[in-house]
Design a protein around this ligand. Structure first.
Ligand code: URA
Length: 433
């Protein structure tokens, strides 16, 4: 078999066989197929597409390119959740303790933030001492004892995807449905959970700007997971403005703690309940979504979910006292108020620009090596549909560098649109698959 022939085959619109896809992924992972041939192939895939069978084959080949976690020593059905990435997305920090408090084992692999979207691992590291570098043994032990563990992805989990994603990132071949679906699902399948609930974001701050594209991506991923023998569901959620009010690392952790204490912003809670009720129904712990939601609410009202967060932080070497006293989190040196430049309704907040403003402050990564400042961030005091007077504070900036804060302030002002007409309220949950 020759990679040249496979590129030619895809270029002319033919279907690759399972053997051909396996040959290509194995050869690329071990360095026998060079980047230039693989990038020609990904570009051919962008133009010609892949059918469902090819997409499944690609996913399974990438899953099998490295280690697959064996979670069979964890009792019961294990649940995992994945988000396609957004701004202010602290859903995992709220959802996972709630599900664990209900006795469902949550074994989650998470990543760090890159670009304008934040990552769960960076946020968790706001708890001093917290580590996601867990041995397989500790990971399994923690899920068995407290029902929740979150680990960083090991280097050898779906290494083909790691290499391919880096290549796609620099060859304008990221935004192809089969490539995205196989990339996400190869990692989720290698992580070993039985239940996978996907939060597919759509809107200006998301990867999938159009709802139809998000739906197609969600359907593809659910189909792949189901064919691989997993229980999978996807919820398509709005990312036309940041989720909740906080954007940044420690500010988002504080917002998540408030949410677990019963004071979460309504948009965030809607997403948490939609994903969580799917998890509970798929696990068999709830008969329907209404009873699942009621059970989730009860963990918040009783304090069980907040307690679970503290237990989880402690089990991963973090300081649990921060869960009960958010004043302990490190504070940025300056707080800057951003005033509305005119009166009217907030008609739009460009999520991506808010994420970029957070990066400007030092709260996000431009490259994988960037060191981030956990204490900086943005608190949105006004969201879409709110009425403001000129000079009202629309957002707060937490900064450690006034020069960066000035740039971020302009980015935030540019992200807000203020008009005369109240916009229609956005629907948070666009579809459930
Ligand atoms: N996230 C991934 O893990 N892979 C993609 O291709 C896109 C988003």
């Amino acid at each position: 078999m020759r990679m040249y022939d496979l590129i030619e085959k895809k270029k002319t619109g033919h279907t690759l066989t399972t053997e051909e896809i396996n040959y290509m992924i194995l050869g690329y992972t071990n360095g026998e197929i060079p980047d230039y041939q693989m990038s020609a192939m990904t570009m051919a895939i962008c133009f010609r597409g892949m059918n469902d069978k090819e997409t499944l084959d690609l996913t399974l080949a990438m899953r099998d390119s490295g280690d697959c976690l064996d979670l069979s020593k964890i009792h019961g059905l294990k649940a995992d959740k994945h988000s396609t990435g957004g701004v202010g997305d602290k859903t995992s920090l709220v959802l996972t303790p709630i599900i664990a408090a209900l006795g469902i084992p949550v074994a989650k692999m998470s990543g760090r933030g890159l670009g304008h979207t934040g990552g769960t691992i960076d946020k968790l590291e706001c708890f001093p001492g917290f580590t996601t570098a867990l041995s397989e043994e500790t990971f399994i032990h923690n899920v068995n004892t407290i029902k929740l563990a979150i680990a960083g992805q090991t280097a050898n989990l779906a290494p083909a995807d790691k290499k391919l994603y880096a290549l796609r990132d620099v060859t304008a071949t990221v935004d192809q449905m089969s490539l995205i679906a196989s990339s996400i699902m190869s990692k989720k399948l290698a992580s070993g959970s039985d239940i996978i609930v996907l939060d597919v974001k759509t809107g200006s701050g998301a990867f999938m700007k159009k709802s139809e594209d998000a739906k197609k991506l969600a359907e593809t991923m659910v189909q792949i997971g189901t064919m691989a023998g997993k229980k999978v569901a996807a919820v398509i959620t709005d990312m036309d403005q940041p989720l909740g009010n906080a954007v940044g690392n420690s500010v988002e952790v504080i917002e998540a703690i408030h949410a677990l204490s019963g004071h979460g912003p309504s948009d965030l809670m809607e997403v948490v309940y939609a994903l969580g009720s799917k998890m509970l129904v798929l696990s068999g712990a709830a008969g329907d979504e209404a009873s699942a939601k009621a059970a989730m609410k009860e963990t918040i009202d009783s304090g069980a979910a907040l307690h679970k967060l503290a237990e989880f932080v402690e089990a991963q070497n973090g300081d649990p006292s921060y869960v009960y006293d958010t004043e302990l989190f490190e504070k940025a040196a300056y707080t800057i108020e951003i005033p509305a430049l005119k009166a009217g309704y907030i008609t739009h907040i460009e999520a991506e620009s808010i994420g970029i403003a957070c990066m400007t402050l030092g709260g996000g990564r431009e490259t994988k090596e960037s060191k981030i400042d956990l204490s900086v961030g943005i608190l949105l005091k006004k969201k879409c549909g709110d009425l403001v007077k000129e000079g009202d504070t629309i957002a707060l900036i937490y900064a450690n560098d006034m020069k960066k804060a000035e740039i971020a302030k302009q980015q935030i002002l540019d992200a807000y649109a203020i008009g005369d007409t109240k916009p229609a309220q956005s629907v948070m949950i666009k579809a459930v698959i």
